[in-house]
Design a protein around this ligand. Structure first.
Ligand SMILES: Cc1cc2nc3c(=O)[nH]c(=O)nc-3n(C[C@H](O)[C@H](O)[C@H](O)COP(=O)(O)O)c2cc1C
Length: 177
């Protein structure tokens, strides 16, 4: 049984992280969801708590279970950190070592395998800034899976940017264990 930290960012695709959590729990793994503040606009801690069977960490106020901050405990415990979905903002923070929230702080404190599953508008994905940040993370040894090549996006356009399918996400996480 592995410990998987599921980082969830503020994307319209965030609700799919609930399916990923459920699937990994059914596979017998320990799943801890860590949400950015923006993710809470798209998913509820209650749903993620129920499906992951563990408390959800969103802000520093949730870090009171022990004297050690939960983002440090989870960072040390994790076998895999999977960011589902990874937004342009969080990709940028991770690439540049910025830690404005619990998830990005946990990232800096972990030495677990890191996988990112981006989802965003095509122009955001193709922007030089995002592509430079992606290259930094790849060079650091992280896996970046997706976005899907083509499809209808929630923003109304068509193109590259969709989160890859849930089954592909869970398989990629399990492959890295
Ligand atoms: C309806 C809506 C959908 C959004 N979807 C995405 C998305 O899929 N990908 C993305 O990178 N940003 C998206 N954003 C913008 C992010 O929510 C915003 O950049 C936020 O600061 C990300 O914060 P986080 O990276 O800390 O989660 C969306 C914003 C709105 C209002």
């Amino acid at each position: 049984m592995a410990t998987i930290v599921l980082g969830i960012c503020g994307s319209i695709a965030a609700y799919k992280a609930a399916d990923v959590a459920s699937s990994l729990v059914k596979g017998g793994h320990e799943v801890h969801c860590v949400c950015t503040p923006a993710a809470l606009k798209f998913v509820t801690p209650l749903a993620l708590h129920t499906l992951s069977r563990n408390p959800v960490i969103c802000t520093m106020d949730d870090e009171t279970a022990d004297w050690m901050p939960t983002h440090i405990t989870l960072a040390q415990k994790a076998d895999v950190l999977a960011i589902v979905p990874a937004t342009a903002n969080t990709i940028a923070c991770m690439a540049r070592g910025l830690a404005p929230n619990v998830l990005t702080s946990l990232y800096l404190a972990t030495r677990a395998k890191v996988l990112l599953f981006p989802a965003m508008n095509t122009l955001m994905w193709e922007h030089k800034a995002t592509q430079e940040n992606v290259q930094i993370l790849l060079k650091r040894g992280h896996d970046i899976i997706g976005p899907a090549e083509d499809g209808a996006l929630a923003c109304g356009s068509t193109g590259k940017g969709r989160l890859v399918p849930v089954e592909q996400i869970t398989n990629a996480i399990l492959d890295r264990l």
